[in-house]
Write a protein that binds this ligand. Structure first.
Ligand code: CTP
Length: 409
C-alpha cells in the first residue's frame, strides 16, 4: 500500500490508449490511492465513464455542471484535494491545450487549478509525437514543471511502428510510487546552497561580475527540495525564478553579503553546496558618484580580495556536516580541483571543465566529475543541469553512508 491515502487526479483524454487508464486506475487503487477521474469529451468516445467510475469507486467528472440544477464541479477544489495529477493518456491536443492554457474542458481547468505536481503520459501516432509542434509543447510543459513520462516504442494503433505508445500502466504506477517515496529521502535535512554570480560595485551604476546564470544552483535547490530537504538558497543576482514551499531564497549582491549570510546560516545546516561563482576580488573603494569619462585618459581600479566562503565554512564545519564545492577549470582540471577540495576542507568537489562543450556558465547542460575526499571519482556524460543535480545528490547524500553521517535533528 505504498500510495496509501494519496489523492490522485487521473485525467483521461481521447486516445485508443484510454483503455489502459482502466488498468492504471485499478493499480493505483490497489496501492492504496484514492483516484478521481476527470475525462475529456473525446475521452468518453474511447472508454465509458461507467467502467472508470466502477473501478475508481467515484463518479467520473467530465462536465463543468453536475446537473441541470446549477450545481457545478469545482476544479479549484480538485486542485486543492490532489496530491498528484496524471494525464494518461495525454493526446497531442490535450498537451497543446495544457501548454497554452486553452481551458475549454474540465480537464484543462483542473490542470490550471492544480496545486500538486503534474505528470503526463503522451499517447499518439509516431509522426504526431515527432512533430515540431508536439515537441515544442512538451518542452513548454517540462519548463512549467510537468513531468513527462516518455512514450514507449512499439506497434501503434495506426499499425505503424515507432515512439508514441503510452507507457504501460505498471510502469506509470511504479514511477508515481517512486515519486512519493523519493520525496522523503532527504526529509528533515537542511541544505544551504549558494548560487549565481556576485556583483562587486565600482560606482552606483557599474560592477564587476561574471557570466554565471545560477542555473546549476537553482537546479540543485529544486532537486533537494523535491526529495524532501529544507533548502536555503543564497543567490547572487539571477533572473531565474522558483517556487517550492521548501526553498527559502535569500537574494544578495556581493561576495561579502553572500559570505555573511552563509556564515550565519551554516551552523543550523546539515550540509552546504557551494555552486556560486563568487568574485575573488572587489574594487578597493566604491565611488560614491558615477565615475565620469575623461577624454583620452584611462582609469585604474585597485582590487582587493574577497572572503572565501567555502574556506570559511570548511574551517567551521562540524563532523556531522557535509560540504560540497564546485571547481570550474580551464586546464590541469583534476589536480586543481583536488587542491581546492583539500584547501577548503570540502567533502566533495564537483569539477566542470570549460574545455567541455555545453558545460559551465549559462548552458542548460553540464558535464561533471565528482571527486570525494575519500578518493572516489565518478564522471558523468553531458546532461541537463537538473539531471546533473540528481547525480550530485545521489552521490553526495545517497551514496554509501553519507546521509547517516549528517544529523537529522
Ligand atoms: N568559492 C567561495 N568563495 C569564494 C571563491 C570560491 O565560496 N570567494 C567557492 C565556489 O563556490 C566553489 C569553490 O569555492 O564551490 C571553488 O571556486 P573557484 O572559483 O573554482 O575557486 P577559487 O578558490 O576562486 O580559485 P581560482 O579562482 O583561482 O580557480
Amino acid at each position: 500500500m505504498s500510495l496509501k491515502g494519496k489523492h490522485i487526479v487521473l485525467g483521461v483524454t481521447g486516445s485508443i490508449a484510454a483503455y489502459k487508464s482502466a488498468l492504471l486506475t485499478r493499480l493505483l487503487i490497489k496501492k492504496g490511492a484514492e483516484v478521481q477521474i476527470v475525462i475529456t469529451p473525446a475521452g468518453k468516445e474511447f472508454i465509458t465513464p461507467v467502467t472508470l467510475s466502477a473501478l475508481s469507486g467515484k463518479p467520473v467528472i467530465s462536465e463543468f455542471f453536475a446537473s441541470g440544477d446549477g450545481t457545478w464541479h469545482s476544479h479549484v477544489d480538485l486542485g486543492l484535494w490532489a496530491d498528484l495529477m496524471i494525464v494518461a493518456p495525454a493526446t497531442a491536443s490535450t498537451l497543446g491545450k495544457m501548454a497554452h492554457g486553452i481551458a475549454d474542458n474540465m480537464l484543462i481547468t483542473t490542470y490550471l487549478s492544480m496545486k500538486a505536481p503534474v505528470f503526463a503520459a503522451p499517447a499518439m501516432d509516431l509522426d504526431m509525437f515527432r512533430h515540431v509542434t508536439t515537441q515544442r509543447n512538451l518542452e513548454i510543459l517540462r519548463k512549467d514543471g510537468v513531468q513527462i513520462i516518455e512514450p514507449a516504442e512499439g506497434e501503434l494503433a495506426s499499425h505503424l511502428e515507432g515512439k508514441g505508445r503510452m507507457e504501460e500502466p505498471e510502469k506509470i504506477a511504479a514511477i508515481l510510487e517512486k515519486f512519493f517515496t523519493q520525496g522523503t529521502e532527504l526529509d528533515k535535512i537542511k541544505i544551504l546552497i549558494t548560487a549565481g554570480p556576485t556583483y562587486e560595485r565600482i560606482d552606483p551604476v557599474r560592477f564587476i561580475g561574471n557570466f554565471s546564470s545560477g542555473k546549476m544552483g537553482f537546479a540543485l535547490a529544486e532537486e533537494c527540495a523535491a526529495r524532501g530537504a529544507e533548502v536555503l538558497l543564497i543567490t547572487g543576482p539571477s533572473s531565474l525564478s522558483l517556487s517550492h514551499p521548501r526553498i527559502r531564497r535569500v537574494n544578495v549582491e556581493s561576495a561579502r553579503e553572500m559570505h555573511a549570510a552563509a556564515l550565519q546560516a551554516f551552523p543550523g545546516m546539515n550540509a552546504a553546496i557551494l555552486s556560486a561563482a563568487v568574485a575573488d576580488y572587489r574594487p578597493e573603494t566604491v565611488a560614491e558618484h558615477k565615475i565620469k569619462r575623461t577624454e583620452g585618459e584611462g582609469i585604474t581600479l585597485t582590487l582587493t580580495p574577497n572572503p572565501d566562503i567555502a574556506a570559511a565554512l570548511g574551517a567551521m564545519k562540524r563532523a556531522d556536516q557535509l560540504l560540497i564545492g564546485f571547481a570550474l577549470e580551464t586546464d590541469d582540471e583534476e589536480p586543481n580541483a583536488l587542491r581546492k577540495m583539500e584547501k577548503k576542507k570540502l567533502d566533495f568537489i564537483v569539477l566542470n571543465s570549460l574545455r567541455d562543450k555545453g558545460a559551465g556558465f549559462g548552458h542548460d547542460t553540464n558535464k561533471v566529475t565528482i571527486l570525494s575526499r575519500n578518493g572516489e571519482k565518478q564522471s558523468f556524460e553531458l546532461q541537463t543541469k537538473r539531471e546533473t543535480a540528481k547525480e550530485i545528490i545521489d552521490t553526495v547524500f545517497i551514496g554509501d553512508g553519507h546521509l547517516s553521517r549528517i544529523s537529522c535533528s
